[in-house]
Ligand binder design. Sequence first.
Ligand SMILES: Nc1ncnc2c1ncn2[C@@H]1O[C@H](COP(=O)(O)OP(=O)(O)OP(=O)(O)O)[C@@H](O)[C@H]1O
Ligand SMILES: [Mg+2]
Length: 323
Amino acid sequence: MISLNNVKKSFQDLEVLKGISLSINDKEIYGIIGSSGAGKSTLLRCINGLEAYDSGEIVVDGVTVQTEDKQKLRNLQKRMGMIFQGFNLLERLDVYDNIALPMKFWGIKTGTPEADKKIKELISLVGLEDKLHAKPRELSGGQKQRVAIARALVLDPEFLLCDEATSALDPEITKGILRLLQDINHELGITIIVVTHQMEVVKQICEKVAFLSSGQVLEEGRPEELFVRPGKQEIRDFLRDRSEKLPADGINIQLFFNGANNYDPVVTQMARTLDTNFSICWAKLEDFRQSVYGSLVINTNETDKERILKFLDENNVAWEVID
Ligand SMILES: Nc1ncnc2c1ncn2[C@@H]1O[C@H](COP(=O)(O)OP(=O)(O)OP(=O)(O)O)[C@@H](O)[C@H]1O
Ligand SMILES: [Mg+2]
């Protein structure tokens, strides 16, 4: 488990992390999302000990991350694979040698049959068998990212920290990389932290997510809770949620379908049971890993408002009247 307790960090006068507390369970895929400059990379670098924090505490599997104790930090860093924003591959080395690099760095002999087996296994895990001796410049963005993932796994880490692993990639390639990260999580049992500004990443693979804004955790929870029904305006703005073109007249009510009642014909039942009409002004359905979550906005009048809300309550549909 990784836990952060009131972590603060400043660069000169700029307070970049303003008391971050969160906890990441073993074998979880945990997302950290937020806009540019929110402090995501800094936070990840503090967890990994590449950057020192000023106060608070970061504990990884019972060990406090402290940059002062170099030996202790090195031992911890060895257990954490890191994928950097940008791929950070060495141009002069081919795919094989880029993946072998951490072994060299840690003084592990690379010419041995064991090392060779490990590297080749990883190359096939990330699907680059035919690129063994290609140089980074001969690879596409998605392929470079696969090399970076294999390199991060070469020392059998327990944790994988990914900084914007997919933000430079097109949607199809992104899906492939996300599937790979999920496989790594399932098959190797590795805890993964993904830092991203892409909602799609969080929706597709994260079991839990923290929304970071100006160095603070605005909300933390399951993606489907946080994003289908975002409480905070700032998160709504980030998601560009809901239409700004809702009718100005009448009452707008947003309904939330949470997976269990997705396919119940609640809306048509409501119209019939209450013998009323309303218009549907906005709707969306979203995929969260295995489940589909949805919400829609109906427009009705003051007279029907209370009856509709009562019906929704009786049918266990969450709602919110939009001002
Ligand atoms: N080494 C540094 N020295 C001074 N300021 C820094 C340093 N690293 C980051 N910052 C500042 O800290 C703030 C947070 O940066 P950080 O890179 O953590 O943001 P981010 O959320 O990862 O953004 P992005 O989505 O653009 O990658 C920014 O205002 C940035 O300018
Ligand atoms: Mg960043």
